[in-house]
Design a binder for this molecule. Structure first.
Ligand code: GLU
Length: 321
């Protein structure tokens, strides 16, 4: 018989994690993007959303944070919707790199494909693949519409972050052109890079991100709007991408200790998906050496370990009706 989790238990778990982690020290804001370096390092919030549309939030969950690499999940979903699971595998790949998010070495090592849409190289390729190829405005519209569907409400571009990142993204420029050299950019490289930079600069709240994670946990139906966003058959592919490389070079250690497929961004957000049970987002700007939020990691682990959950466990767990 399945163990039943009540909404009350989830609420207690979220509040306990907030209390246990709120004074945790350590880490540093992303320093290589000037806008992010100046964000208040004391911000902290956690949101959880269930497939039946309950949202539990504590702390700074209405703060508009830079989505950064969490957006790689949303645009990977768009590419899956447009090209299907086999198309994404063929054009980008679904492998771990074991290397930092902006690794050029990873591209040189595996120059036949950019490994995964959840590192910078694969995410820039993903932007190049977004249809309609050749029309930058319509591509951007498709990226924002898909993100809006997943979040349940619209993101807003943070102009200052976009300018800050565009002025300093020299490494990503190298990545885009190297991918072009290897035949792995399917649209104009400058347009593809710009779309990637702009999507990273979208402002979203932790609550919106938790709703998008819950859309994945609910096999493609947004729990708040009730709208089907992607085919249920794609959900395991999305979760597998997150599990494989969501924490970059620390992905294995994360999965081993937290048992939660999750994806981080240098803006300080981490989203997690427990299929069938809930989507989560924790947010706090200071990051570890791999670019993953220190406090958000601790908070998510606290919740998952505290509830005795693990995506690899064979214990059947269901949400109380
Ligand atoms: N926009 C950032 C970059 O490309 C995202 C990195 C991240 O969030 O991991 O460097």
């Amino acid at each position: 018989m399945a163990r039943t989790l009540t909404h009350k238990q989830l609420e207690t778990a979220v509040h306990n994690a907030y209390d246990a982690c709120k004074d945790l020290a350590g880490g540093q804001n992303a320093h290589y993007i000037p806008y992010l370096a100046n964000v208040d390092a004391g911000l902290f919030g956690i949101s959880l959303c269930t497939p039946d549309g309950h949202v539990i939030s504590v702390g700074d969950t209405a703060y508009r944070l830079g989505i950064e690499s969490v957006s790689k999940v949303h645009t990977a979903i768009l590419v899956l919707r447009q090209l299907g699971a086999a198309g994404l595998l063929e054009k980008i790949g679904a492998d771990a790199t074991g290397l930092p998010f902006n690794s050029i070495f990873a591209i040189l090592l595996e120059n036949d494909h950019p490994s995964t849409p959840l590192v910078n190289a694969g995410a820039i390729t993903a932007c190049s693949l977004v249809e309609p190829v050749g029309d930058a405005d319509k591509k951007w519209q498709a990226i924002v519409e898909n993100m809006t569907d997943l979040l349940g409400s619209a993101p807003q571009l943070i102009d200052e972050l976009y300018r800050s990142e565009s002025a300093t993204n020299f490494e990503n420029r190298s990545i885009a052109w190297l991918l072009k050299e290897y035949g792995r950019i399917y649209d104009d490289p400058a347009v593809s890079l710009d779309l990637y930079t702009r999507q990273c600069s979208l402002g979203v709240t932790a609550e919106q991100l938790a709703i998008s994670a819950a859309t994945i946990a609910a096999d493609g139906v947004n729990p708040v709007t009730g709208k089907r966003i992607f085919d249920a058959a794609l959900a395991p592919q999305i979760v597998s991408l997150m599990a494989t490389v969501g924490f970059y070079q620390h992905s294995g250690d994360w999965l081993y200790t937290a048992g939660l497929p999750a994806k981080t961004g240098v803006g300080g957000a981490v989203i997690g998906v427990m299929p069938g049970l809930f989507g989560l987002c924790a947010f706090a700007p200071p990051l570890d050496d791999a670019g993953n939020s220190v406090k958000a990691q601790a908070a998510l682990k606290h919740i998952i370990n505290g509830l005795g959950l693990n995506v690899f466990s064979n214990e059947a767990v269901e949400l109380a009706k």
